[in-house]
Ligand binder design. Structure first.
Ligand code: MG
Length: 242
């Protein structure tokens, strides 16, 4: 099937508890990405900005999983190099979830950390990425219930990030897009405050106005407490026509 990109949207907000926004995003069709930085003294902001900058520099490549892996590894290399050479940023890191829409209608994803990608298809919301977090790993191993994970004191501890090592293990996969799919990339500042059902509600309700959907998701996260920076990027696949 031929598909083309339809609406695109983004929204970002520091939330209600943090002064700085250490999230970054890329909305550069056909490339979309989220990065959620961490590290003391604003180093998180440096990490997420470096990763986003590396992703924006994407040049034409082989496409598919190989290309997104390469892309995320290059972002990792840049963050790690800076962290190794600049003591002020030592130990910084960032998550990254990136999507590249290919001309054939496939979407290649690369993912490290606990930001997420979802797809709204029909009237169902599906989480496409696995969180690389301590609690998510315990849930996957059956050692913790999803409900306990939400309240776990170490729920923000991530097990994989860009920048902390010279090499990073990247989850890469391809999704065949269908007409009317809406894809959502978001930082954990959304998903720790807003449940999947509520995300589904907002996306369905504002499916024809993704800007509004993005802004509403951010407001809902703030209404839920806004404990972290909140960033969302959304894009829709429309029919290619002929
Ligand atoms: Mg966060």
């Amino acid at each position: 099937m031929t598909v083309r990109l339809g609406q695109t949207a983004s929204a970002t907000d520091p939330g209600r508890k943090r002064r700085q926004n250490e999230d970054a995003f890329v909305l550069q069709p056909p490339l979309f990405a989220i990065a959620d930085g961490m590290g003391g003294a604003r180093a998180g902001e440096v990490a997420s900005a470096l990763a986003a900058g590396a992703l924006r520099d994407m040049s034409a490549g082989p496409g598919g999983e190989a290309q997104v892996k390469q892309l995320v590894q290059e972002a990792n290399r840049r963050v790690h190099e800076r962290a190794s050479n600049d003591p002020a940023t030592s130990g910084m890191g960032t998550t990254t979830t990136v999507a590249v829409v290919q001309p054939d209608g496939e979407i290649a994803f690369g993912h490290v950390g606990d930001s997420r990608a979802y797809v709204l298809r029909g009237d169902e919301l599906e989480q496409l990425t696995n969180d690389h977090s301590l609690v998510a790993e315990l849930v996957r191993r059956g050692e913790l219930s999803e409900r306990d994970a939400e309240l776990h004191p170490q729920r923000s501890v991530i097990t994989r990030a860009l920048g902390t090592d010279p090499d990073v293990d990247v989850d890469a996969f391809v999704v065949e897009a269908q007409e009317r799919d809406v894809f959502l990339l978001c930082s954990d500042g959304l998903t720790t405050m807003v449940g999947d059902e509520q995300i589904l509600d907002v996306l369905e309700h504002h499916r024809d106005d993704l800007d509004r959907a993005a802004r509403t998701l951010v407001s809902e996260a703030n209404r839920g407490g806004g404990e972290d920076n909140i960033t969302v990027v959304a894009f829709e696949l429309a029919s290619g026509g002929d």
